[in-house]
Design a binder for this molecule. Structure first.
Ligand code: ZN
Ligand code: ZN
Length: 305
């Protein structure tokens, strides 16, 4: 027997494993019915123009470079990942989407290399105190910490629009490691399908990245937005039809609990960029892309007081 056969078989096996764990994240060729924009539009069709949100603002509380191959399978170099919160400004009261890390949680998740703005975080806390509705795209710490550690939990409790999965994730992050009594006393949102939560705003269950993941469709007077949270960490995932690598889920088990669902969502979002070119898709973390949207006036940087 040729002495090279065994080593070659081992090499081929290692190559296949590397491909499967690190490189294979192709979205399927067809998505099926994943995001039904028509249904979301119908839910807000009767909202009077003067009640619709007027603008969408963003805060960057922190950012750090991440290896690109962890953000998008097969990508090279580094990507700038931001910790963000969005403020949907509306006549009857603002809606906050995502409650980002404070400095301690950001350092715990990111380690060295985090840049953090205490002023931006303080503006997020203040905007939450004044908001009519506080919602999150999912239950991961970088989207709920500012709820769990808000200095006035009793004041914001009545304004939370969280599912039970999202609410159940708050306790471990809270200063007392227990859910605040005022928050525990408010009923979680039951979300069996797309649900209008405010004029022009629809919350849509979208499990995949995590069991409690949702997306938000928002119609302002000027345009439509889709807040997609962490379905992708970069817009290039959507452009290139490529998700995150499998090995991430082994290191961080909470990430991509429904990987096939995520990849179908990536395909659906890719198709939406073609069929709905005016729709503004907002990933939570893509710092460079979000700054481009600020430059074109689709987003406004810094929360309104
Ligand atoms: Zn996440
Ligand atoms: Zn995130």
């Amino acid at each position: 027997m040729n002495k090279w056969i065994a080593p070659l078989l081992v090499l081929a096996g290692l190559g296949a494993l590397l491909w499967w764990a690190v490189l294979d994240a192709a979205a399927p060729s067809r998505a099926g019915a994943v995001f039904d924009l028509g249904a979301y539009r119908a839910l807000v069709a009767d909202d009077r123009a003067e009640t619709l949100p007027t603008e969408v603002r963003v805060e960057f509380v922190g950012s750090a470079n991440r290896p690109a191959f962890a953000v998008q399978a097969g990508a090279m170099g580094a990507r700038r990942i931001a910790y963000t919160s969005f403020q949907i400004v509306a006549p009857a009261g603002d809606t906050i989407i995502d409650a980002p890390v404070d400095r301690a949680q950001g350092e715990a998740m990111t380690g060295k290399g985090l840049t953090f703005s205490d002023a931006a975080y303080e503006r997020v806390l203040a905007a939450m105190s004044n908001a009519a509705t506080i919602a999150v795209t999912h239950e991961h710490a970088d989207h709920i910490t500012a709820i769990a550690r808000h200095p006035a939990p009793a004041a914001i409790a009545a304004h939370l629009a969280l599912t039970s999965i999202q609410r159940d994730a708050l306790a471990p992050l809270a200063p007392t490691a227990a859910l605040d009594p005022a928050m525990a006393a408010t009923a979680p949102l039951s979300l069996s399908g797309p649900t209008r939560i405010a004029p022009g705003i629809v919350m849509v269950p979208a499990a995949g990245h995590s069991p409690g993941s949702v997306v938000f469709y928002v119609k302002t007077g000027a345009r439509e937005y889709l807040f997609i949270g962490d379905i992708v960490w970069a817009m290039s995932n959507i452009t290139d039809l490529t998700g995150r690598p499998r090995f991430l889920h082994w290191i961080i088990p909470g990430v991509d609990t429904g990987r096939d669902q995520v990849l179908a969502q990536v395909r659906a979002l890719h198709d939406l960029t073609a069929s709905e070119p005016e729709l503004a898709i907002l990933p939570a973390h893509d710092a460079v892309y979000l700054h481009k949207l600020i430059a074109t006036g689709i987003l406004t940087e810094r929360f309104a007081p």
